[in-house]
Design a protein around this ligand. Sequence first.
Ligand code: FAD
Length: 464
Amino acid sequence: MTVLVVGGGITGLTAAYTLAQSGIPTHLVEVSGRLGGKIGTENIDGFLVESGPDSFISYRPAALELARELGLADSIIRPTNPRTVLIRSHGRFVAMPEGMGLVLPTRLRPFVETDMFSPLEKLRIGMDLLLPRDGRDDDVAVGAFLRRRLGRALVDRLAGPLLGGVYGTLIDELSLKAVVPQLRDAERRHRSLLLASLASGREAAARGSGSPFVTLSGGMGQFIVGLTAALERRSSVEIRLNSKVEALERRGGGDFEVALAGGQRVRAEAVVLAAPGPATANLLEGVAPAASAHVRSIRHGSTAVVSLGYRADQFAKPPIGHGFLVAAGEPLAIDGCTISSQKWASRAPEGTVLLRVFVGSHSPGALAGSDAEIVALVEQDLGLLTGVRSAPIMTRVSRSIGLMPEYTVGHLDRVAGANEALDQLPNLAIAGAPFRGVGVPDCIAQGRAAAGRVAEALTGVVAR
Ligand SMILES: Cc1cc2nc3c(=O)[nH]c(=O)nc-3n(C[C@H](O)[C@H](O)[C@H](O)COP(=O)(O)OP(=O)(O)OC[C@H]3O[C@@H](n4cnc5c(N)ncnc54)[C@H](O)[C@@H]3O)c2cc1C
């Protein structure tokens, strides 16, 4: 009895780890020469550079639980205070009001006092307190939903940059049901989104909870090191790097025959597909064409993260806070910037600054350029925004081209369609960022669930 896991990102590694915990022989196959997928932490000249995620939310428990299980509890760190984030809009920086939730204020006073919105715009936002529910239950774009309740200014200047930064999709295409279903629930239960958000802010204050984001002191790569070590301790697990899974076929009895690049074929009683959407769609073609079509209809986009290290004295004035986001329509190539050395402890050598700049939404064409061209574009914007004119002492460009799932309107129907089409194949599971959450905790939860599904199909034992 062997399970084949395709993809050595956090989803595939978690699936293999969960199967190993049940003692089920597992083969993990990864096309590249390293494990981690989009997660990658490197130490470059003392700068801790994250090529993918740099943190995760703590209110979805899967990642925190896994960190503790892997013995990483002492490595969990929170961002520094104060947690100032700026928004670049209409050619100037404005501080995001303190106490912002995902897109709405959880505290009234900073929001009333902010100069991000004019008095008229604040009045329009306040109309949410009076507007009736719309009673719809279909999926709509987050932008349209929020604009109806709170007006254009809040969407353009706050919700758009905040959600666009996380999901890499324009807010007018982003699925309300897949991304922020809690907003529709809030409207249903409280009618006013503002009242609901302020109530959740009071509850959070009573619990004494701070930032919902946490990370690991040695970077997100600690998850990968921890999982790899746990897998290597098990004789029931085999990991193959530099090996591409090219096709799946079904054999008599429902087993799979798996074709690897180079002509090798292996048999498996069950398969977990934890690759990016386009690769998963290709692999499903031979065994579940209807599921393949649903997965293929999930759009994927591109992004790049440019990490830049500077000496602090290269800045005339030290950069402020944790970073900034750029509102739509600004004449800039970059989407936003995290000042990693200020947001987290131990990210950069003493007397230096580490920036992490996002490129892709505002200037998709830039992603086709060379690393040097992308860095030059970023330096030009940083010069304008921060006054830094001299060249960085460290740069690293990481691209994810066509690998970023976009949760557009109707996303959950596409995922449900794919899963329904797999109903008759309980020994085949799909999991990972393209489906039920792009965040690391959601990917971990999906890896666990996929392992549970195939383990149950093989052993008849329902996972805990
Ligand atoms: C720049 C960036 C910033 C992000 N920031 C955050 C953040 O701050 N917080 C957060 O929670 N999330 C963040 N995310 C999202 C999160 O990192 C990803 O959604 C998550 O890591 C995806 O994990 P995965 O295992 O599902 O997929 P992947 O990491 O994409 O892994 C899939 C693996 O499958 C392999 N593969 C593909 N095809 C084959 C094949 N045919 N055969 C064998 N192997 C194959 C690939 O090489 C890859 O290793 C970010 C993502 C990016 C790119």
